[in-house]
Write a new protein. Structure first.
Length: 286
């Protein structure tokens, strides 16, 4: 059976990815993230259906709960990672995703720009810092793995891990509050430049036991040139395990690829937690 792929995005070539991203030494595409210090110099040490318009936090009527499933293992986490075939649309899997850093996410939130004071600014700072260090869902309490894909100047980072059910529920609730708390704010970058950040809620497919999507728009400068980074952020809970997807770049964001990663990834994770081997994704090639 063939699945038609969506038209690939036309990506602008005026800005090279290197102007936005800091890449350290290459690492395997199934490495595991840890909660690194949220600073520009952060380094992580290794540790081991159809699309629905439902509210991001609504329970899924089409996917079974994995709450009573087995714990995620290291091999299971790797098996739960999505592949190029899952994404389609010309994405290429890479082997250095664990070293990706978005320079436009590094900076200090301007507290004075918040009418309700320091509490909201701390939430917004936490959002940027955790996105920069790939720790939005916190530190895994069990097995985890990650992989990444590129398409022009866009990058899609996919992480899966055992974070604990309670911790994941708190993270999803916190993410749900961010479009109100961090609607729009100002950041001073590490180069002293000012940046404007907007945060809005983004719908996700009905997948897993809970989910929340956000879209961030960061406007600033890179190499003295104006630039805008648009980034989808999607988190899904399946039992005590979680999926985190970040996807975007200076040419915009393909929301369809984010939705596909969430939908295909949740299915793979559910199969793994049920003790099964994820089914191969049908090829779109003749």
């Amino acid at each position: 059976m063939h699945r038609p792929s969506r038209p690939a995005r036309v990506l602008a070539s005026a800005l090279a990815t290197g102007t936005l991203l800091v890449t350290s030494a290459c690492a395997g595409d199934t490495g595991t993230p840890e909660a690194a210090p949220a600073t520009p110099a952060a380094k992580r040490s290794p540790s081991s259906p159809s699309v629905s318009s439902l509210s991001p936090s609504s329970p899924s009527p089409t996917t079974p709960s994995a709450s009573a499933s087995r714990a995620l293992t290291t091999n299971g986490a790797k098996a739960a990672l999505i592949t190029e075939a899952d994404l389609e649309d010309g994405w290429t899997q890479v082997n250095n995703a664990s070293s990706w850093r978005d320079k436009l996410l590094a900076g200090k939130v301007d507290v004075a720009s918040f009418l309700n004071g320091r509490t909201s600014s701390q939430d917004c700072q936490k959002l940027l810092d955790s996105l920069y260090s790939d720790t939005l869902l916190g530190r895994p309490v069990g097995a985890s793995a990650l992989t990444g894909f590129t398409q022009g100047d866009a990058r899609l980072l996919y992480q899966v891990g055992d974070y604990g059910k309670g911790s994941l529920e708190k993270s999803l609730d916190w993410m749900k509050s961010l479009p109100d708390t961090c609607d729009q704010f100002t950041v001073t970058g590490t180069d002293g430049g000012k940046r404007t950040v907007q945060v809005v809620s983004s719908p996700l497919p009905a997948a897993g036991d809970g989910r929340q999507g956000l879209t961030l728009t960061v406007q600033g400068t890179s190499n003295a040139e104006p630039v805008t980074l648009k980034l989808d952020v999607a988190a899904v809970r399946v039992g005590s395990s979680g999926i985190l997807v970040t996807n975007g770049g200076p040419s915009g964001v393909d929301h369809g690829s984010t939705e596909t990663a969430v939908q295909q990834g949740a299915q793979r994770l559910q199969q793994v937690l049920a003790g099964k081997t994820p089914s191969p994704t049908p090829s779109t090639l003749d």
